[in-house]
Structure formats: C-alpha cells, structure tokens
Design a protein around this ligand. Structure first.
Ligand code: PMT
Length: 404
C-alpha cells in the first residue's frame, strides 16, 4: 500500500449504512500517510458525524457548497483540482442518479463535475434498489459519459444490514484500499506503446479460396495480454483467428499480409516495442481472380504465379527515423532452428528472435503450449515448455530487462 503515501484522496460519503465502514477506511488511509479530505452529503450525516471523520482524517470535513468560511480556505474548484483521486463510498442510489443527470446540487456532485481526476464509485444499497432498472440505467449512463475517468467498484453479494440477501453490499475496506493503491501502481511498461502482430494472413486466390497457415493467434494474443498487464498501451494487429478480442487492448483486424503491413505502419509511430508473432505468408497469388476459378476439362494441373509479400518485420526494424527501441521477431523452423533463427536475427536487424520448432505438434502452431529459445546478439536462453500465457509473461519480462 506504499503507493498511497502522500497521495491526495477526496473521500465522498453519501447516505447509507455502509458509511460506518468508510470511517474505518479514512482511518487506514491516514495511517498510510495519505492526505484525506472527507466530503459529506446531508444524507451521510445521519450515519456518520463530521466530528468523527475530522478526528480520523485530521482535516475539517466539508459538507456545504454554500459555506463562505470553508470556501475562503479551499474553494470547491481548488478542492476538485487538489484530489489525485475521488472515492465515493458508499455511493447511494440517489447520488448515482444525480451524478448521472450531471446535477451539481450539493458539494459532492459539484466536485464530481469539476474534477479532472478519476472517480472511484463504490455503490452500496438494498439489493432491490441496486437491481432496479433505474439504478442500472444510471450506472450505464455514468460509465458511458465518464469513460475511463470512472471506475465502479461493484457491490458484493451477501446479507445486508436490512436483512435482505443479494448484491448491494459495499466492498470491504481492504478491497477499497487495494483499488485505490492499484490506481498509483507504475508497472514495468507503463507509458510504453507496444505493437504486436498475431495470427495467420490469408492470401486470396479467388472470391472463395485463399492460401493461409495453421497459426491460431494464441501466442500473439498471450503476448498482447502480458504487455497490457505490464502497463503498456497495446496495439494488436491480428489476422483472422477464432479468439475473443482481448479487453483493454486496441484490436485491429486485418486479412492479408499487405493489410497487416499497412496497419502496422499506420500504428508504428511512437512505438517503443514491436513484436512480430504473426505467421505472415511470404508469397501471395499474383492476381486474385474476380470470379470463382472453374475446373477446365482435360486439365489435371494448374499453375499459380506467386509474388513476394513485403516483410513487415524487416521493414519496421529498418525504419530510419521511428524504429522502435526493441524489435522482436519469431522464427518458425522445422530444421536447425537455432541456425536459421540466428540468421534471421542478423539479416532482419533484430534485438531478439524467439525460435520455435514447428515440426512438433505439441508446441508451436495452434497448441496451448510452446517451448522456445530466445536469441539476442549476446545470449541464447531456452524457455519452456510451458503454457503460451506463462511463456508470454516470461518473454515480456526479458524484454523489460533489456530495456532497463
Ligand atoms: O498462432 P499460434 O497458433 O499460437 O502459433 C504461434 C506461432 C508458431 C505462429 C509463433 O510462435 C511463430 O513462430 N510465429 C512466426 C511465424 C513465422 O511466420 O515465422 P517466419 O520464420 O516465417 O518469419 C520470421 C519473422 O518474420 C516472424 O516474426 C514473422 O512474423 C515475420 N514476417 C515474416 C514474413 C513477412 N512477410 N513479414 C513478417 O513480418
């Protein structure tokens, strides 16, 4: 919880029995060295007193927009700017409705409009009130209008103070503290942009046929997930796969190698890391027939003329002005993996090559596991066998080490 030391948290308390837990939260935050400013609504004062919260936070509690003496100290706009984060706990159905409507009829709702900081909302109410369509509509509306400036700490299920059982209990103090601490955690790739290619490409022959390969996208998607979890902004450029689009990642769907090349070059400016996991077709049919090709009577063979696709990885690695700091390629080999892998490292001017032996069916293409050797100009590190998820985390951690 060290992340919370010296941070400025505005804790808004609205009318609800869970307000007693917030008093405990304020106490814990103060112990951690967090600066806490409590703002109470009129409804909250029926459950907790300003005196208690002042004693716990060490600051005069604010409860009115129209108090000239308080405004003379730190006005509500200054207060809104002061906060690193605003936490509203408990957030009652009424306060959510007023916020969703954009009202500013008390100090807390006014601060929510005036602040540019993120607001964390911990709803708490009777389970029927929580389930009511009007409350759910207000929640949706708030999420829609506030976007990533709002984080909802969804209420838990269980026995409620009124005797009902269901969803509506405010999260526990320890969970609220963790959610606040997570807001200030800087991760290894925070502030970094990572572009990743994944999956196969499809090279059309005619409107119904194409040339492709067995890549499932699993390795590339696992890397995108690991990079996102390490704090990066991830741009995932994916060929056609049957995987769900990952959350909190910018997904870009492409079909052919040329599409993938174009999309990567549209996104590469400002990228710190480029990882080419995709199994890109080296060649494509020279022309795509506009109608479905027909069998020709008496003709037992057919010839397709293929032309070379652009090499996406080499093109990024050889960028003159905006080459990412770290460029990582994969090498899918069926014989002498390390020899061919090292040759790709040099020829394509890469920082790393991840070599996998795709002659095996238990790893590589379309498998859930992989076993690789990570090559750099100075090192050769075997990793695995392990799940692609775990392997992706290991690879991202190796890349992070090299950046440091
Ligand atoms: O998708 P999965 O089912 O999980 O399988 C994972 C994988 C086996 C596809 C993956 O681990 C892998 O090895 N990917 C690279 C496959 C490949 O095309 O390797 P290659 O040796 O042909 O190409 C070398 C590198 O150049 C690769 O990083 C490739 O993305 C890149 N390349 C190749 C050709 C091209 N025109 N443009 C490229 O960017």
């Amino acid at each position: 919880m060290h992340q919370l030391r010296n941070k400025r948290i505005l804790v808004g308390i609205t009318g609800g029995i869970a307000a007693y837990k917030t008093a405990e939260l304020v106490r814990e935050l103060s112990k951690l060295g967090t600066e806490v400013q409590v703002v109470l609504t009129e409804g909250a004062k029926a459950f907790v007193t300003p005196m208690t919260l002042q004693a716990l936070s060490g600051r005069t509690v604010r409860d009115s927009l129209l108090d000239p003496s308080a405004e003379a100290g730190m006005g509500h706009i200054e207060l809104a700017r002061w906060a690193d984060r605003v936490l509203i706990a408990p957030a009652s159905a009424d306060s959510m409705a007023r916020m969703a409507a954009g009202m500013a009829n008390d100090l807390l709702t006014t601060l929510c409009l005036a602040t540019e900081s993120k607001v964390l909302l911990a709803p708490a109410m009777n389970q029927a009130m929580w389930a009511d369509p009007a409350t759910q509509r207000n929640l949706d509306e708030l999420q829609k209008v506030k976007g990533d400036k709002l984080k909802v700490l969804m209420p838990a299920s269980g026995e409620q103070a009124c005797g009902d059982v269901g969803a509506g209990r405010m999260q526990e103090v320890s969970d609220l503290l963790k959610a606040l601490a997570d807001e200030f955690e800087t991760k290894a790739l925070t502030g970094k942009k990572v572009v990743i290619t994944a999956g196969p490409t499809r090279e059309p022959i005619d409107p119904v046929r194409y040339i492709s390969n067995h890549s499932s996208g699993k390795m590339g998607y696992a890397l995108a997930q690991a990079a996102m979890e390490a704090g990066a902004q991830v741009e995932l450029v994916s060929g056609p796969v049957n995987l769900p689009k990952p959350d909190r990642i910018n997904n870009h769907s492409v079909v052919s190698a040329q599409d993938m090349y174009d999309k990567v070059h549209e996104l590469i400016d400002g990228a710190d890391i480029f990882i080419a996991t995709a199994a890109v077709a080296d060649f494509r049919p020279e022309t795509e027939a506009s109608n479905k090709l027909k069998k020709v009577p008496g003709q037992d063979t057919m010839t397709l003329t293929m032309v070379k696709n652009p090499d996406i990885l080499a093109s990024v690695s050889n960028l003159e002005n905006n080459r990412p700091n770290t460029v990582v390629g994969f090498a899918a080999e069926t014989d002498q993996p390390l020899v061919y892998g090292r040759s790709k490292l040099e020829k394509k001017n890469l920082d790393f090559v991840v070599v996998n032996d795709v002659s095996r069916t238990d790893i590589g293409f379309n498998a859930d596991h992989n076993e690789v050797t990570l090559l750099s100009s100075v090192d050769e590190k075997p990793i695995g066998p392990m799940s692609k998820t775990k392997l992706a985390e290991e690879l991202i951690s190796e890349i992070v080490k090299s950046i440091k």
